[in-house]
Design a protein around this ligand. Sequence first.
Ligand SMILES: *Cc1c(COP(=O)(O)O)cnc(C)c1O
Length: 438
Amino acid sequence: MRLLSTRNPNHLVTFKEALFAGLAPDGGLYHTADSYDFSEQIRALTPGAPFAQTAAGLSEWLLGDEYADAGALAHDALTFSIPLVELEPGISILELFHGPSCAFKDVGASFLAAAMDRALSESGRRAVVLVATSGDTGSAVARAFHGREQIDVVILYPSGRVSDLQEKQLTTLGGNVVALEITGSFDDCQRLVKAAFVDQQLRSRVPITSANSINVGRLIPQAFYYVHGHLSARARGADPASIMFAVPSGNFGNLTAAVLAWSWGLPVAHLIAATNINDVVPAYLSGGPFQPRASVPTVANAMDVGNPSNFERLQAIFGTQEAMARMISGVVSTDEQMLHTIADVRERHGVFIDPHTASGVRAAREYRNRPKLSTQQTNTIVVATADPAKFPDTVYEACGEYPPVPPQLEGLAELPKQSILTEPREEALREFLIERFS
Ligand SMILES: *Cc1c(COP(=O)(O)O)cnc(C)c1O
């Protein structure tokens, strides 16, 4: 597979190179541009096939030149099911939260961990995965990498800005997983990680590598579930050209993965970017300038992002603001609107959804009432990004009931938290990494 930098279309690397580099040397992000066309293969895939089967096929096509067992890699890493559940006419939910940490990020993280592990054991090297999280990335990465012998994991999370349960998921594994509790915001965590990656002196001493949504090793497997969701809808008789996705978005990795799947030939009628009031991308899609700003805390905290890192990829893929706005519409939800949607979905359908997914459901409903560019836009798949049990207090606040706790989350509350309190200074992170890993 060949990938190119958003800042230099002539800088081509292999998947394995991009996997360990994280960012390109010019500071850009890797993506596939328009170099892949799988439309015919996608048409030939089996509607209704299990996720792992579809993922294995896609993995073979993309990575077969770099991994002898690319299909098996996907098959072994992606062991959980991803059901498509009908919610109401025209709107269904793709449940991406049945993995080890109960969030969609398990898909990317599990594939990434397996891909890195295979590549490192071939070459006998080690790596330190450095990751900033606003909650769910860290727990998915921690679970995916925990116990892998050639890899250490350092997680930076904003103190007091993740839920108790998320914090327990980040800080209780121990072993090769270290949690740095940063006395700042998620944007601070992200800034620290970015600074570490451009620090060549640090990189010459510590083999750091990224696991954030900037890493293509996470992005590419996420594209697989859009193909899977599409095939699941087709199995129920949906017209392939009628299918849209509504994607709860923060750093826009998930939405960028949908764009990748579309660029590979998946027929997608339209994409809806659902955000909370951190709305810099929806503002841009409505024709305004792109104006990053400090994030504001909301009930959908994994989407509290003021400067989405994947925006640069979207810009590189679409080229112009008009082209991006033709394919993607933004819908912004306030806390009140998300809470109301949780209560409404519970009351009307008997189903619990988490606050992030609620922004997606609300966006899908709102978009149905808008005048459309195309009459084909009739089936919206809302990407459900987390199990509601990860946000019990918000769900309770919304509808007066607690959602059932899945087995993956049972017993976490009783485990002791282990974290290292760290100031949001680049030097502090640098010193920690050198002391611990060089
Ligand atoms: C990470 C996350 C999001 C946002 O995903 P991006 O890829 O950063 O846009 C939405 N919902 C949940 C539950 C998440 O964990």
